[in-house]
Design a binder for this molecule. Structure first.
Ligand code: PGA
Length: 248
C-alpha cells in the first residue's frame, strides 16, 4: 500500500481530488466508485473547482456509490443519493443517468445487490474507488464480523456506526439500522483504490489496517490483498501507526 502523508484535511482533499482528476483526464469515460460521509466532502469540493476553473468534464464518467441507508428514499435529506447530488453531482456536468447509488427502497435488497454487482461488472468494473474508513475499520458498510462478504447486500449497522453517524441526524434513534452495502468483491475488483483517513478518531483503525493481519474484525485490512491501494491520511490519522510501517 502506498501511504501518502498529508498535514491536514485540506491537503488530503487536494491530493485525493488531484488523483481523481488525473483519472478522469486519462480516461474520460472511466468508472469512479464514490463514497459518502464527512471525509470525501473536501475532495468533492475540489473536484467541483477542477470542473469550474479548469474545465474538467465529467460528461462521460460513470459513477457507482458504495452504499445507501435502507428505508430512506432518494429524496430524504440524509440519503446518500441526496448527499451525492448536494455535494457533487449538482455542481458538475455529469449525466444523472450515469450515476448509480443503491436504491434504499429496494423491495428485495439482496436481489438488488446481485443486480448492482452485475451492473458494476457490465460497466467493466471500477477504475478508481474512493473509500473512507470507519472508526471501527469498516469500508462501505462492511462491518466487523466473522467473515468477509463478497456480495452487495443488506447489512445491519453496528452500534458504533450508528453512534458515529448520529451527528447527521436529530438523534441516534433516527439513524437507519440497515443499509445496502457494496460487498468486498466489487470493492477489491477496482483497478485502483484511494482510501482517505483524517483525524485522531481513525488512528486505531488505520494502524490495524496497516499493521494487523487480514482479519474480518477489521474489514479495511482486506485492502492488504489489493495491488494498487493508496492511503492518503493526515498526521492525526497516522499517529498510532509505527514509524517503521510508514517508512517501508
Ligand atoms: P466519515 O465516515 O467520513 O464520516 O468519517 C467514513 C466511513 O464510515 O467510511
Amino acid at each position: 500500500m502506498i501511504i501518502v502523508k498529508a498535514q491536514n484535511y485540506d491537503e488530503i482533499s487536494k491530493k485525493a481530488a488531484s488523483y481523481i482528476a488525473a483519472q478522469v483526464q486519462l480516461k474520460p469515460a472511466c468508472v469512479l466508485g464514490l463514497a459518502t460521509g464527512s471525509t470525501p466532502c473536501g475532495t468533492y469540493q475540489e473536484l467541483i473547482r477542477y470542473h469550474r476553473e479548469e474545465g474538467l468534464s465529467f460528461q462521460k464518467v460513470r459513477t457507482i456509490n458504495l452504499d445507501e441507508y435502507y428505508g430512506l428514499p432518494a429524496t430524504h435529506e440524509q440519503s446518500y443519493s441526496h448527499f451525492m447530488r448536494k455535494n457533487l453531482f449538482d455542481h458538475i456536468d455529469i449525466l444523472a443517468e450515469n450515476t448509480h447509488v443503491p436504491d434504499g427502497l429496494a423491495t428485495n435488497p439482496n436481489a438488488f445487490g446481485r443486480e448492482y454487482d452485475e451492473l458494476i461488472a457490465s460497466l467493466g468494473g471500477i477504475d478508481m474507488q474512493l473509500l473512507g474508513i470507519g472508526s471501527n475499520g469498516h469500508i462501505a458498510f462492511n462491518e466487523p464480523g466473522n467473515c468477509f462478504v463478497a456480495q452487495t447486500r443488506l447489512v445491519d449497522l453496528n452500534q458504533n456506526t450508528i453512534e458515529d453517524n448520529a451527528r447527521f441526524f436529530e438523534s441516534a434513534e433516527e439513524v437507519p439500522r440497515q443499509a445496502i452495502s457494496m460487498g468486498m468483491k466489487s470493492i477489491l475488483g477496482a483497478k485502483r483504490i484511494l482510501i482517505l483517513a483524517s483525524g485522531k478518531g481513525k488512528a486505531d483503525a488505520v494502524k490495524g489496517m496497516l499493521e494487523g493481519s487480514v482479519d474480518p474484525l477489521l474489514p479495511a485490512s482486506i485492502l492488504q490483498l489489493h495491488q494498487n491501494v493508496t492511503l492518503i491520511a493526515d498526521l492525526a490519522a497516522l499517529s498510532q501507526t509505527a514509524e517503521s510501517v510508514l517508512q517501508s
